[in-house]
Structure formats: C-alpha cells, structure tokens
Design a protein around this ligand. Structure first.
Ligand code: ADP
Length: 200
C-alpha cells in the first residue's frame, strides 16, 4: 500500500515545503495548506482572441496557479467565429502555458467559477471607458457570490486601444491587423471575411 510520505501529491509538494522552510514560513506538513492552489477564470467572447487578450493571459498565468480562459457561449450575440473556432485559436495560442486551459461556459459566471473551485475572476481594463461596465459586473458578481474576487489587470500600453470588435471592423474594411492579433488569427480573419464577402 502507498504510504502518506510517498504519496505522489506529497512528493510534488516537497519543493514548496522546502522553499517555505527556507524562508522560515511556518507551514503544516499536511496536504491542505501546502497544496492550496488559486484558480482564476478569465471570461470573455474572444471573437477572436487578440494580442491584448494574450497579454492579459500571460500576466494572469504568472500570478495564478491555474488560469481558465472561459469562452462565453452567448446565444444573443451573432459572432464572427463559432465557439469551436474561437476555442481552437485560443488553445493554439496558449499551448506553451502549462497552467492555462481553455473552456466554454453559459449562464452565470459565479456558478461556473464555483464548479471550478475558482477564487478569482480576471478582467482587463484598457481605458477609463471600460471601468464603469467592469465595476458594475464586478459588483453584481460580488453580490451573487461574496467569496469570488474580481482582479483587474492592465495590458501593455500598445494594446490599450485594442478590441476584438475593432479588429473585426478593420479586417472587414480591408485594413491590416498586423501586430494586433497573432498571424494565425489574422489568416483566419481574412479567410472568414473573404468567404463572407464571396457568399453574399
Ligand atoms: P472585446 O470583444 O472587447 O475584446 P472580450 O469579451 O473578448 O472583449 O474581453 C474579455 C476580457 O478581456 C474583458 O475583461 C476585456 O476588458 C478584456 N480585454 C479585451 N481586450 C483587451 C485588451 N486589448 N487589453 C486588455 N484587456 C482586454
């Protein structure tokens, strides 16, 4: 039978335990406190993912143990890319990040966060104009679940004017989105927009 000392989870926790002891942090040698991991949800439409989203994902991945990028399935919106297409692009763009995964959700974010044992929601603030809407959302989510924290992060300045909507519009009007979305996304946008134009 496997002893507690050789349990794989305990083995995995050893470096953390040693680090904590080195820093003279008092920790209990049990699974609970050592293995407490913080999961955050980064929800959005990602129609399509932009370099601004990816900037935020990289920042979030540095501070959370696990980051779940959750694509909102919104039946009321008429998206350019299907959820499956958005998911495929996000997965390709985050495959190098071991603590990031992509998922989809519908309904209340607080319910989704609860099922995934998430302690936080990550949101991006680009300009003051984002703040009012984001504040409303954060306050409503806090009312629905007082234990769920919303964490705001700012992207690099060069992405602070960037949105998926703007990217879609620029591509539809024949402009270049180089440097604003990854090359794979730019290609998909072009074929989607050209396909739509041809079939009209
Ligand atoms: P949008 O369609 O405006 O890009 P999403 O619903 O896909 O919006 O956005 C999901 C989250 O990502 C939101 O919190 C939004 O503020 C944030 N976000 C979107 N674009 C950027 C960006 N360029 N920089 C930082 N955060 C962003």
């Amino acid at each position: 039978m496997e002893s507690a000392a050789s349990h794989p989870k305990r083995q995995a926790a050893l470096p953390l335990l040693e680090r904590a002891q080195g820093l003279k942090i008092k920790v209990s040698d049990s699974f609970g406190p050592i293995l407490k991991r913080v999961t955050a949800i980064y929800p959005g439409s990602f129609d399509p993912v932009t370099n601004g989203h990816l900037d935020l994902i990289h920042r979030g991945a540095k501070i959370f143990d696990e980051l779940v990028v959750a694509i909102l399935r919104n039946p009321e919106k008429d998206p350019l890319f299907s959820v499956a297409e958005r998911r495929e692009m996000l997965e390709a763009m985050t495959k190098e990040l071991p603590n990031v995964r992509v998922d989809e959700f519908q309904g209340l974010l607080v319910d989704y966060a609860h099922t995934h044992h998430a302690a936080a929601v990550l949101r991006g603030i680009r300009a003051i104009s984002d703040y009012e809407y984001e504040l409303q959302m954060a306050m409503m989510n806090r009312k629905l679940d007082p234990n769920l924290e919303t964490i705001f992060m700012m992207p690099a300045e060069k992405y602070s004017y960037l949105s998926s909507r703007l990217v879609r519009e620029v591509v539809k009007l024949g402009g270049s989105v180089d440097g604003l979305v990854p090359p794979m996304v730019a290609e998909r946008l072009l074929s989607k927009v050209n396909g739509v134009t041809r079939s009209k």
